[in-house]
Structure formats: structure tokens, C-alpha cells
Ligand binder design. Structure first.
Ligand code: FAD
Length: 473
């Protein structure tokens, strides 16, 4: 194909870039290294025949909130994708007391927090009430914005709290074990030491999305979303190829190239000016994850039965315990009682061939330690008898994750450390960090703003820049 644009990599960012360019009339060729499209949206039978597991993202809160996906939905590019909502977006079990349940309804969530009810509504609730305009500002930190002026005031208020370390924010704003633990569970998604600046911001945003859009998953597996976008690309005249790893930009002859790759891969595939090369070499990757998928013969036997209705479950106990676990990881050690992020898709989607489950804990980047026992022990702590339900398990440490997807450098699922520095310099300090110094070459992965998550915003930004740069049909 004589393409106007080649997109390398078919994660959510690459897919959004490819469809956006194709919708603008460009002839697009999408090249994917793996045997299936999707990157972090891939699904497969990891345990037993007929059991559908998501290899990466399951929770589609960021997709639903993302201006890019909202635009694609409006124009009909997501036809056939059904989002299934669990009864409860997220739960946080605690020892010897009821679990914290984060409901769609902020008031219902707050009521169960006792004297922290007001704090929840004034922080998480206020962020959710600010709605899509605030989310747009947060997912497009460098613009362009089309938001009402009051959103900037709401963003400033969000910024004051969100800039704090999660530990400081949780202790200042909340006084109960439950309220503080709930914030820690949310903030730990960032993979940051919870004593780091802006870790509160990630927690606040993710918690607010439970109320604003819910934490749904894609019926049938995240692969359905990826395959729908590939079908849309093809219907627009584009071509999409799997099993094609691009090793050097010299292989590509199109006037526009959009790369859904990390800075490490860009360094390996391009002859870059020395200054830019040095800046990319300074880019830092975050901790890795150790991920387990299970086929179960029934639901997880949670001690608190209310947890059964939750799509996502945060395990690890109190703010102090979770903060310790994340501090250990950040210091390059393995926590013996790790924070565990667990997703039970069957709570919302009966089409995955039975009770499938996944969970991961954070580990130092590149770790080769088997964390199966530590993760399962944390589950047993809140669900005694869990191991008896396991029919089959599948484990992926950093090496296996990276082998499946070169963007998961050392098992880092965030495309680079989510620190304050790398929020501002992702991967370089620039008003348009998606642009590289090479004419017509753009970077769109989660190593660009706004960072990790299945929101496609890096792809949307890179495609927009490419179109403005005058790549011709
Ligand atoms: C276990 C796990 C759980 C997660 N859970 C969630 C969640 O619940 N919700 C959420 O929002 N996010 C989640 N994430 C994060 C989310 O998946 C990522 O942030 C997102 O997929 C990043 O999108 P991307 O397009 O930048 O890159 P990726 O999705 O990583 O895709 C990059 C693609 O590019 C391909 N590629 C790389 N180099 C080349 C090359 N040289 N040639 C050809 N192809 C190449 C790769 O094979 C890959 O398919 C999770 C991630 C993981 C791994």
C-alpha cells in the first residue's frame, strides 16, 4: 500500500491515531509487532480453553471519560462495543470491618464513610461534579481546551489537593481508617511511592471517575474494542498488519509516521539529533508488575459478601500498609504484603467463559521474583478458601510482559514513571511533546501526555498534529 501515514503499534493510542488519520482521508497502514492487535487491549485464553482473559486493561473508566473515545463514539466508530458496569465500581476490603464500597452514587459511597462522608463529597465528589470539562483539562494538560471558564477554577482547586502526596492528602482530608484506605487504594494505581507529589491527583481523578462514568469493562473482553477500531480503520480504506515489528524508521517511506512506542524503542529505531537523543535517554521507567490470571470454579469467596459485586478490588489494608508496600517497591524491594489490584470481570460480564480473575502487584522494574504466593496470600486474607477455587493460573512477571509487548519496559505498564517531573517532561519538555525533531515523525504512546491508561489521548494528539503539519492525502 502506498500509505500517507504509517502507524507503528496498535495499542489504544496507535488505534486512535490510525482511525483519526483515516477519518481525515489519509491512507493509513497500521503495523503491529504482536500476532493480535490491541497492545494493552489484547485478550486471550491464558488459562483454560474458552476462558477469556484481558492481557492488559480491563477497566474502561478512562476510555469512557476520554475526549478521543467520546469523539469516536459520537461518529459511530465504536459501534458494537458494549460497556458492562459491575454493581459496584470498586471495593476495598479491610480486616475485621466491612469493606469500603465505592458506588456510582457519591452520596451512597459517602454515607458509609461515617465522619468522612463530607470529606469524600468535598474532594472526590467535587471532582466528579466538575464533570467532563475538568477531565478534558486533565487528559489534555497541554490543550487545546474547549471548556467553560469555571473549569479553570475547578482545576486550580483540584491542583491544590492533587499536587500533594497521597499520604498527606489522605491524612489531611480524611480521619477514618476507611476513608484513608480508600484514597490509598485509588492513588496506588499510579505506581508511585504514595509520599510523592501528585500521587493524590491520580487517586482523586480515578475515584471521581467511578461517579462520573463508572468503571465498566468491555463485554466479551477488551480485544473487542481493539478489533472494532481495526475494522473501522479497514472500512475507511486503511490496512492493518500483525506480526510486523518495525526495527528502523528507514523501513518506512510514508510522509507521516506515528509511533506507539516508548522512548527506548524510538532510540533503537531512529537516527536522532544528539540533543533529543540525550533527552530521551534521561526518560525513566517506573516499577514493573507481576500479574496473575486465574480460571476459578466459582466466585471469589470474599469474607464480606458485598465485595462480590465489585469490578475492581483494592487489597492491602490501611493507608499505612499500602503506603509502606509502595515505598518498598519504589526503593527497589519486594513487599512481603503487597498492594494488590484485582479485577473480577465476571461481576459485570458473564460472557468470558466462567469465573476469570486477574490481579497484579507492583515490583521493582525488571524483577524476576515470583510473587504468586504473596499475591494469593493477600487475597486469602480477605477471601479465605480462595485457593481452593483455582482451576488454573497463569503468571507473567516483567520479562514475560515485555516479551508480549515491547512497550512494557521492565514490566512498567505505565509507559514510564508517573512522577511530577515526567508529568511535565513526557518524554521531553515541550508544548507539543508528540512531535519529534524528525520531519513527519510523531510519538503517541503512553510515554507522552497524559500518560498511562486506555484513553487514546496520545494518539489523538499526535494525529491532530500530523494533520496540522499538512500530511497530504
Ligand atoms: C496488566 C495491565 C493492566 C492494565 N489495566 C488497565 C486498566 O484496567 N485500565 C486502563 O485504563 N489501563 C490499564 N492498563 C494500562 C493500559 O493498558 C496502557 O496504558 C495502554 O494500553 C497504553 O496504550 P499505548 O497505545 O500507549 O501502548 P500499548 O497498549 O502498550 O500498545 C503498544 C503496541 O505497540 C506495539 N509495538 C511496540 N513496538 C513496536 C514496533 N517496533 N513495531 C510494531 N509494533 C510495536 C506493541 O506490540 C503493542 O501492541 C493496564 C496495563 C497492563 C499491562
Amino acid at each position: 500500500m502506498d500509505a500517507d501515514a504509517v502507524v507503528v503499534g496498535s495499542g489504544p493510542n496507535g488505534l486512535v491515531a490510525a482511525v483519526t488519520l483515516a477519518r481525515a482521508g489519509r491512507r493509513v497502514l497500521l503495523l503491529e509487532a504482536a500476532e493480535r492487535f490491541g497492545g494493552g487491549l489484547r485478550s486471550g485464553e491464558l488459562t483454560l480453553p474458552g476462558r477469556v482473559h484481558d492481557l492488559g486493561a480491563t477497566v474502561m473508566a478512562l476510555a469512557l471519560a476520554s475526549p478521543a473515545f467520546r469523539e469516536l463514539k459520537e461518529v459511530g466508530s465504536l459501534k458494537g462495543v458494549e460497556f458492562a458496569h459491575p454493581a459496584v465500581p470498586a471495593a476495598h476490603p479491610l480486616d475485621d470491618r466491612p469493606a469500603v464500597l465505592v458506588h456510582r452514587d457519591p452520596r451512597r459511597t459517602a454515607e458509609a464513610l461515617g465522619r468522612d462522608a463530607g470529606a469524600w463529597l468535598a474532594t472526590v465528589g467535587a471532582t466528579a461534579r466538575a464533570g467532563f470539562p475538568l477531565v478534558e483539562l486533565l487528559l489534555k494538560p497541554l490543550g487545546p481546551w474547549r471548556v467553560p471558564p469555571r473549569t479553570f477554577a475547578q482545576a486550580a482547586r483540584f491542583g491544590v489537593a492533587g499536587a500533594l502526596p497521597a499520604t498527606t492528602f489522605a491524612r489531611r482530608a480524611f480521619s477514618t481508617v476507611e476513608g484513608r484506605a480508600a484514597i490509598a487504594g485509588m492513588a496506588a494505581h499510579s505506581m508511585l511511592d504514595l509520599r510523592s507529589p501528585i500521587s493524590a491527583g491520580y487517586g482523586l481523578l480515578l475515584a471521581a471517575l467511578t461517579h462520573l462514568v463508572g468503571w465498566p469493562l468491555v463485554r466479551g473482553g477488551s480485544q473487542v474494542l481493539a478489533d472494532t477500531l481495526v475494522a473501522e480503520l479497514r472500512s475507511l480504506g486503511g490496512e492493518a498488519v500483525t506480526g510486523h515489528r518495525v526495527r528502523h524508521l528507514a523501513e518506512l517511506s510514508a510522509p507521516t509516521v506515528v509511533l506507539d512506542v516508548t522512548p527506548r524503542e524510538l532510540l533503537a529505531m531512529a537516527d536522532l539529533p544528539a540533543g533529543y537523543r540525550r533527552r530521551l535517554e534521561r526518560f525513566r521507567y517506573g516499577p514493573g508488575v507481576f500479574k496473575l490470571d486465574w480460571a476459578l470454579d466459582g466466585p471469589v469467596p470474599w469474607r464480606d459478601p458485598a465485595v462480590a459485586g465489585a469490578g475492581t478490588v483494592h487489597l492491602g489494608g490501611t493507608l499505612e500498609e499500602i503506603a509502606l508496600s509502595e515505598a518498598e517497591t519504589a526503593a527497589g524491594r519486594h513487599s512481603p504484603r503487597p498492594y494488590v489490584l484485582l479485577v473480577q470481570p465476571y461481576a459485570a460480564d458473564p460472557t468470558r467463559g466462567g469465573h476469570t480473575l486477574w490481579a497484579y502487584c507492583h515490583v521493582p522494574n525488571g524483577s524476576a521474583v515470583d510473587m504468586t504466593d504473596a499475591v494469593e496470600t493477600q487475597i486469602e486474607r480477605y477471601a479465605p478458601g480462595f485457593r481452593d477455587r483455582v482451576l488454573a493460573r497463569h503468571a507473567m512477571g516483567p520479562a514475560e510482559l515485555e516479551a508480549a509487548n515491547p512497550n512494557l519496559v521492565g514490566g512498567d505498564i505505565g509507559g514510564g514513571l508517573a512522577s511530577l517531573t515526567q508529568f511535565l517532561r513526557r518524554p521531553v519538555w515541550s508544548p507539543a511533546p508528540w512531535r519529534t525533531p524528525l520531519p513527519g515523525v510523531f510519538l503517541c504512546s503512553s510515554s507522552t501526555p497524559p500518560g498511562a491508561g486506555a484513553h487514546g489521548m496520545g494518539g489523538w494528539q499526535a494525529a491532530r498534529l500530523a494533520l496540522r503539519s499538512g500530511a497530504r492525502p
